[in-house]
Write a protein that binds this ligand. Structure first.
Ligand code: ADE
Length: 422
């Protein structure tokens, strides 16, 4: 399909050949999504449906978009973060697949929102979000944008938090499935995906040796756990900061040190935020830090580190290397990575394909579910149907060549009874 036939706004159309090869490479590690694509190709369950997607524009996302298109959908894509777009992928989507894509790596805030509005101008039936920016634009102007929408999906923890707040204020206007809540999503993507890709992003940005470093991780949710475990695997001494007592206990019993950020900030060499909140690292912490400290964020938004505060307390700053801005704070150098945006997608390529396989299989099957059951879905934030979650787990295992046991009739009966005791 010629790129001039579809609307788009991308950095460089000439990158499409590189993008095509990289998208194909990712597909080789996404067998579950591929099997869904094959079925979608035959059954066309999304025929006539328009989907507006706001996701990180990566090779894995491209494979999801192609799968939805195989199902008969008209798909439009914009970025869910100004720094996460892979420009070659955007070019390939436009040129090779005829998918309207609006995403440029490094786009400014106005362009970011202009791109969101461009996808919405298609009058979508389904929205697919990663962080709820699409939903937020729609809910700020429902008359203009919501008329054709029957449902949506949300990929990430931060997006689900925002949606629940919207729903809690009775302002949600269509049903949304929280893909993040599927076990086959967060137990793998958030933990192993974020764990590996965060260290990958920091390594690519800095080329540091992890061994022997004191790594402070703010937040011990699934992402924080993954990062902590991978940093330990590379020989770092890991300190966790938390506000939730149960999570703090888990971190201790997993063998990590736990302390307040005020204390950790005087000790750490590398700081990584994964809280989903704001100002996990604030100016008082940055004043405490050692000369040469490195700070990176792996949470969805760039608010976990108080960057305006860092600018205020520093006398100067300079870019010392791509993705490293070095601030002079009193007599010390503090290194902020990737403008405090999610370092795994800004400085590396995001999670590996193999783990996105399950997350995006959930996305594809949830879209199909919404189309099938749109009239029955209440206007609220829904969990992924258990059948979909379990099916993806089964499919992933089978693609790995792993089989598992089945309960016998006797075991099933026992598990449903109360009579057998001591
Ligand atoms: N989120 C984290 N990693 C990702 C990837 N590789 N593609 C799309 N979204 C992601």
């Amino acid at each position: 399909m010629a790129s001039n036939m579809i609307e788009n706004d991308i950095a460089n159309h000439e990158l499409s050949n590189v993008g095509i090869e990289r998208i194909n490479w990712a597909a080789t590690d996404m067998p579950v999504l591929n099997s869904i694509k094959k079925r979608f190709d035959k059954e066309k369950p999304l025929k006539g449906i328009t989907i507006a997607a706001c996701l990180h524009v990566t090779t894995e996302t491209a494979n999801l978009m192609i799968t939805l298109q195989s199902g008969g959908a008209n798909v439009l894509l914009c970025a869910s973060n100004p720094l996460s777009t892979q420009d070659d992928v955007a070019a390939a989507l436009v040129k090779e697949y005829g998918i309207s894509t609006f995403a440029i790596k490094g786009e400014d805030n106005d362009t970011y929102y202009k791109h969101i509005k461009s996808t919405l101008s298609s009058k979508p039936n389904i929205t697919m979000d990663d962080g709820a920016d699409l939903v937020s634009v729609i809910h700020n102007n429902p008359k203009e944008y919501s008329t054709s929408i029957v449902g949506g999906t949300e990929e990430t923890t931060t997006g689900v938090i925002r949606l629940k707040a919207l729903s809690g204020e009775n302002k949600l206007i269509y049903p949304i499935i929280a893909v993040n809540e599927a076990a086959t999503k967060h137990l793998f993507d958030n933990r192993y995906g974020t764990g590996q890709s965060t260290l990958d992003g920091i390594t690519r940005a800095t080329n540091i040796l992890w061994s022997g470093r004191k790594v402070v991780i703010a937040g011990y949710g699934w992402c924080g756990r993954g990062i902590a475990s991978r940093a330990r695997g590379l020989g770092s001494n890991v300190i966790v900061t938390e506000v939730d007592p149960t999570r703090a206990l888990e971190a201790i019993m997993d063998g990590f040190s736990v302390m307040p950020m005020e204390e950790a900030s005087t000790i750490g060499d590398i700081f990584i935020t994964a809280t989903g909140g704001i100002k996990a690292i604030d100016t008082n912490h940055m004043i405490n830090m050692k000369d040469g400290a490195i700070i990176a964020n792996s949470g969805h938004f760039n608010v976990e580190i108080n960057i305006p505060g860092l600018q205020d307390i520093s006398s100067s700053s300079k870019v010392t290397r791509q993705y490293i801005e070095q601030f002079t704070v009193r007599d010390k150098k503090i290194n902020l990575l990737a403008e405090g945006r999610l370092v795994n997608l800004a400085a590396a390529e995001g999670h590996p394909s193999s783990v996105m396989d399950m997350s995006f299989a959930n996305q594809a099957l949830c879209v199909e579910h919404i189309i099938k059951f749109s009239e029955k879905l209440s206007i609220s934030v829904h969990d992924v149907p258990k059948e979909i979650d379990e099916e993806i787990g089964r499919l992933k295992l089978s693609t790995m060549g792993v089989s598992i046991d089945n309960l016998t009739q006797e075991q099933i009966k026992y598990l449903h009874s109360w009579t057998t005791g001591t």
